[in-house]
Design a protein around this ligand. Structure first.
Ligand code: APR
Length: 287
């Protein structure tokens, strides 16, 4: 029986070997998959960390279950808890972390093949990562619309409503098709449970297949289909996990590297191995 496991790419499972892989020119198409863990250092809580995670701190909203705050049928019934939360999460008061800046460095060096993020905080854009290289798999706060008639809602009015934790209603007036005012609830274009992911996610998924290095950062890999992305990385292509805890299948393949702990610390270690540390800190200080 032929043993089809490809020869190991890395000389050892270490960030030094990953740095060598990048410096050798063998890693020119790097895909990055991120979650809320890369924004906790920016002051945005993640979802599932036991003490600090959002889902552990929604008691004041007395929801049927924590995830209800991002559940479309629940939102249609009662959008108020979401808008209480949105006030704390809304972009504008947060800055990119060292991890965001590291990803923007990959883009600057033409090494970023695609970034798939689950985050809705728009910090990847704020870090200067070109939007054509970003897939916001769970949408973002950048735009908003009526959940009933899909009419877009003005950004400035949205910001006002969010700052007052008030629920915005659709402003579409009567049309020849529909003589009534809509008045449906307005929701940011964040992917709620029971909603489809943007088509861009499915269109870009095949980019993972021709990646020559994958970085997985700050995610529990609990939510599919995003959580399945690391499984599309070809055998023999190194996968690096920068995360507090081991997640998904990371660590089970010959070329997996686990850098467990704070992701900013992890990317700083990789930057040191690459000789990019000065540049990384300088870029981060600029923001
Ligand atoms: N450094 C490294 N890892 C961290 C850090 C940090 N500073 N902070 C948190 N983490 C890790 C946590 O240990 C956890 O494994 O990041 C992960 C965050 O997991 P979640 O809170 O589940 O966030 P995420 O994976 O992005 O959630 C996915 O769930 O509710 C949905 O749509 C929501 O996009 C979200 C999705």
């Amino acid at each position: 029986v032929s043993d089809d496991t490809p020869p190991e790419t890395l000389r050892e499972r270490s960030l030094a070997a990953i740095a060598e892989h990048i410096k050798s020119g063998k890693a020119r198409r790097i895909v990055v998959m991120t979650g809320a863990g890369i924004s906790t250092a920016a002051g945005i809580p993640d979802f599932r960390s036991p003490e600090t995670g959002l889902y552990a701190n929604l008691a004041k909203l007395n929801l049927p279950r924590p995830e209800s705050v991002f559940d479309l049928p629940f939102f249609r019934h009662n959008p108020k808890p979401f808008y209480v939360l949105a006030k704390d999460l809304y972009p504008g008061n947060f800055y990119p972390t060292v991890s965001h800046v590291f990803i923007s460095l990959l883009a600057k060096k033409c090494l970023l093949h695609q970034l798939f993020t689950q985050n809705i905080d728009c910090l990847e854009r704020a870090a200067g990562i070109p939007s054509e290289l970003i897939v916001e798999a769970h949408g973002s706060f950048a735009t908003q619309r009526c959940i009933e008639c899909k009419t877009p809602f003005p950004d400035d009015l949205m910001r006002e409503h969010v700052s007052r934790a008030e629920v915005p209603r659709c402003m579409r007036g009567p049309t020849e098709l529909d003589p009534t005012h809509c008045e449906g609830f307005v929701k940011p274009d964040i992917v709620f449970f029971h909603e489809a992911l943007p088509s861009l996610f499915h269109d870009r998924m095949d980019l993972v297949d021709n990646a020559d290095l994958a970085l997985v950062m700050g995610t529990s890999l609990q939510v599919h289909p995003f959580a399945g992305l690391p499984e599309y990385v070809k055998k023999g292509v190194p996968r690096v996990l920068f995360n507090m805890e081991r997640v998904g299948s990371l660590g089970s393949l010959a070329d997996d590297v686990l850098e467990l702990g704070d992701c900013d610390t992890g990317v700083r270690k990789l930057a040191d191995e690459l000789g990019w540390r000065e540049e990384l800190e300088a870029e981060w200080r600029k923001l």
